[in-house]
Design a protein around this ligand. Sequence first.
Ligand code: FAD
Length: 630
Amino acid sequence: MFHVKRSYDNIVIGGGHAGLEASLASSRMGANTLLVTMDISAISRMSCNPAIGGLAKGHLVAEIDALGGEMARVIDKTGIQFRMLNRSRGRAVWSPRAQADKIKYSFEMRSRVENQDNLDILEDTVIKIITEKDRVVAILTQNHGEISCLSAIVTAGTFLNGLIHIGLEHKKGGRLDEESAVGITQSLNSVGIISGRLKTGTPPRIHFDSINIEHTTPQYGDAQPVPFSFQTKNFAPKNIPCYITHTNQVTHDILFSGLDRSPLYSGKIRGVGPRYCPSIEDKIVRFRNRSSHQIFLEPEWEGACQYYVNGFSTSLPIDIQRKGLRSIPGLEEAEIIKPGYAIEYDFFSSYQLKRTLETKTISGLYLAGQVNGTSGYEEAAALGLMAGINAVLKIHSEQPFILSRSDAYIGVLIDDLITKSPAEPYRMFTSSAEYRLLLRFDNADQRLSHYGQRYGLVPSEQFLKTRQKTDTIRTTIDFLRATTIGPAEINPTLHRCGENAVGSGLNLFKALCRPNIHLEDLLQFLPSSLSNVIVSIDGLVNLVEIDVKYHGYIKRQSIQIKSQARHENTLLSPDFDYLKINSITKEAREKLNQIKPETIGQASRISGVSPSDITALLILLKKQVVSRET
Ligand SMILES: Cc1cc2nc3c(=O)[nH]c(=O)nc-3n(C[C@H](O)[C@H](O)[C@H](O)COP(=O)(O)OP(=O)(O)OC[C@H]3O[C@@H](n4cnc5c(N)ncnc54)[C@H](O)[C@@H]3O)c2cc1C
């Protein structure tokens, strides 16, 4: 029989995507960890679309995997359709996406936390965070009283004072048919942490038997699917189709007729929603000239009767939802199982966080996931993992784990959050990363698994495999650079590939730079001991090709990173009073004083802080060092 202890090293509040990664990382790093969540059967529940990955989000999942997180392995095991997005564009922006069997996904995650050493799970609601002298000391739960801790990670998602809207009706809830959570916001407000309101929404779920699929176009996944995890072997997932259809002018007219009963347009919802993921009513109002919008019908699990109507997020009254759906080809007889709805919830502006995701004001208190003002399972999982790792490092008095913008999308995510403190739900885009060519999903293991290994989250066997991969890439490129092949030998290959023949020898590196030449074409010129290793490692051929074909861009990005690194990590004191610096603009003074950046790099990315403000700051810092030294 399970008895909750009265004291833990680390307590994670919320068993969603952030909470799962946080609690697994924390317990695996040796901290005695408690996961408290309102409903154990809802662990890792997908509140919205039954899918993992997508543009930039797929990169986050690969990075989570490389650091030893769980999301990639679980979706590889439970996904029912896998597609590589953006294949027609450069490799830097290729990104995997999978349809999930959301029931199996949640079940699998649950079994991983339940079988994890060092980790207890408690089904309860946290109603207060208890602090003493600016540090967290305990939580108060509804049914199990006070439990003390050295650190706490709040990952409460959309549940804090959650309010659900359908038409002009509203009710309290964290998701449809789940209670909202009250108390945490108030206790954080009472220690000076400022909260705000955001909103998001979800489409209706409909019955599969009510879809006329012959009026839609099926969409399958890739015939040769690529897994998310670097650890997945023998990957042969299901390939269950989605169905594509479109709205039309009749649909739009019906939706327009319901706008007077829309909580969005009647002013009932005050929270700010995600601009990039608008509701269908938003779309028809904002893009009046468009006579049609694409709709994807997505199975929520294998053999599902329940389908998710992707592209039709709405909080219009149910009668309008039903009528609107029934005007769409394939949905003429659609039966709604669950209506679409919008939800407003509390979040905490992320300028209040350090780079470790610890709050600036309360030591040992971390925030991760939707409560940071983000949106998306992948963003939440990445933040949870980073908060989990950093909470344990702090408990063990070790250096924090910080990823920079040139290390990972996760670094970009956190830097954007703490620097720009977005006022609407933040989601990851490839365009947010300035070093896209270096931060590909296919090299996430090479970029990050040494960190995962350092913290005991990536098995040594996996780390050694990655090292072998990196070494083989280097050896191959060195060989290509050092080897020139005579015309008699290379010209038949050039001819076969549609490239111009050469009159004298051709260096293999230069040969591979030619657009129609692939590494496979050149393997015959490599020693068999090397070519055998190359073909035995999954994806290695592509990795070498990218490094060679894009070497000019990669070199340029690396130089940029080095030149920016000069001041990137120059520390700024949290006690710095920027209001007293006359040599910078008023706007910069106010922004810097509000955000209190930790480094010059972070300061330089705050909007309203100009390069000349940064120069003035650097001069000031130099003067301070000189005056301290003299
Ligand atoms: C209606 C809706 C629509 C959405 N639409 C989109 C979308 O279009 N695109 C997108 O990317 N994302 C969308 N999301 C967001 C996505 O679901 C979240 O980004 C993601 O689930 C956040 O993960 P999380 O771990 O932060 O929180 P959640 O997944 O919400 O998990 C929070 C967990 O914390 C638990 N909890 C909360 N409070 C307490 C407490 N006091 N004590 C104990 N346990 C607690 C809850 O029971 C839950 O298990 C939507 C969410 C909702 C609800």
